[in-house]
Design a protein around this ligand. Structure first.
Ligand code: NAI
Ligand code: MG
Length: 351
């Protein structure tokens, strides 16, 4: 029997509701496919911050270092500024463990109606490959002349050749296993240094993959195409910010924030990778047991896929598809009135 050690961080808000359902379904898949999980729970969150002044202990990254993976809900609470919760936990984990690929599938499933008319299940099936370590999300910058009329803020964007090449290469390699089409999200008309550099790296990589069709769009029209023609896309690669925005957009296009999973991957496997839904802690619905656990459960399937447990991962995906296709139970975001745990139990039973 294979055995995996997983660090579990529920985080805040609906993280406390969806993570237990993710674990329930992983346990079910483990029983069926002879996989043993050992879960170590960490209470790192905004509550921890409010008590201790830190989102995680000083040696938090060292504590996570030797796990096979990290299974995270979401962090963020109205009582703590969002840049503190993200930069105190999520972003340090992504960077310290070189999780430079943030892989985010968006697929229109049977039984789900897209807010975009005329698309049926299977028509929309894309992956966003978001650069996850650099770009617009940098700690370089600062403020001057606080509390005066001259107050100013500067934020630097960082694009490195190594950082661009490795994530763009990942996108091309992924496309080779799919419909062989990579689209780059750019803005090289307005952003004159980093984005033309990104375009150059993209063009250079495209030459290494002559069997893969490549194209690029400025992010503004690409956003429009995501709404009008989501079926055009296979693998879409973008910087940290563009990938972030496009993945909430594609989640909405395929029916709900509650249906969008993600994997923060260290493809070289030198460090644990981290699996979490695209959505945040959803304080507006937290505590009601009505959040959709599918994104979290699907993230668990991506973790199994990363471990090479393809059959168990497929079993979870099939179970998600079966439960969604029969329209019952489903959570309010999909027009139903079932609870988070009812949906989790139904998917676990299906597995
Ligand atoms: P959000 O994704 O938490 O929520 C956006 C909207 O989608 C809300 O109306 C929410 O109710 C709905 N929603 C999200 N997940 C859902 C689910 N599973 N089922 C049903 N409905 C769902 O984004 P928002 O409101 O911008 O951020 C809330 C907090 O989460 C903030 O503190 C933010 O910083 C944090 N955040 C954390 C992330 C992370 O930990 N990876 C990612 C995004 C936001
Ligand atoms: Mg986001």
């Amino acid at each position: 029997m294979k055995s995996y050690r997983i660090a579990v961080i529920e985080g805040d808000g609906i993280g406390h509701e969806v993570v237990p359902e993710g674990l329930r379904v992983l346990e079910a898949a483990g029983r069926k496919h002879n996989i043993n999980f050992s879960w170590s729970h960490f209470d790192w969150s905004c509550q921890t911050y409010l008590k201790t002044g830190r989102m995680m202990p000083e040696d938090g990254l060292r504590q996570l270092r030797d796990f096979d993976a990290i299974f995270l809900g979401a962090v963020g609470h109205p009582a703590v500024p969002d840049h503190i919760s993200l930069w105190g936990l999520l972003i340090p984990i992504r960077r310290a463990f070189s999780q430079y690929v943030n892989l985010r599938p968006a697929r229109l499933l049977e039984g789900i109606s897209s807010p975009i008319k005329n698309f049926k299940a299977g028509d929309i099936d894309l992956f966003i490959v978001r650069e996850n370590n650099e770009g617009e999300y940098s700690q370089i910058g600062g403020r001057l002349y606080a509390d005066t009329d001259d107050e100013m803020a500067v934020q630097e964007t960082v694009f490195t050749r190594r950082g661009c090449d490795r994530v763009i290469r990942y996108a091309f390699e992924l496309a080779r296993t799919r419909k062989k089409h990579v689209t780059s999200a750019t803005k090289s008309n307005g952003i004159v240094y980093t984005m033309p550099f990104w375009d150059e790296r993209f063009a250079s990589m495209a030459r290494e993959f002559p069997d893969v069709r490549s194209d690029q769009y400025l992010i503004d029209i690409l956003s429009a195409h995501f709404v009008r023609h989501p079926d055009w896309f296979d693998v879409v690669v973008g910087s940290n910010l563009f990938g972030d925005i496009l993945s909430d957009l594609s989640a909405a296009v395929v029916g709900s924030m509650g249906l969008a999973p993600s994997a923060n991957l260290n493809p070289e496997r030198e460090f644990p990778s981290m699996f979490e839904p695209v959505h945040g802690s959803a304080p507006d619905i937290a505590g009601k047991n009505i959040s959709n656990p599918v994104a979290q459960i699907w993230s668990g399937a991506m973790m199994l896929e990363h471990f090479g447990e393809a059959a168990a991962a497929q079993a979870i995906l099939k179970a998600i598809e079966a439960v969604l296709a029969r329209n019952d139970p489903r959570t309010p975001d999909l027009g139903g009135n079932a609870s988070t745990s009812e949906v989790g139990k139904a998917i676990a039973a299906e597995v």
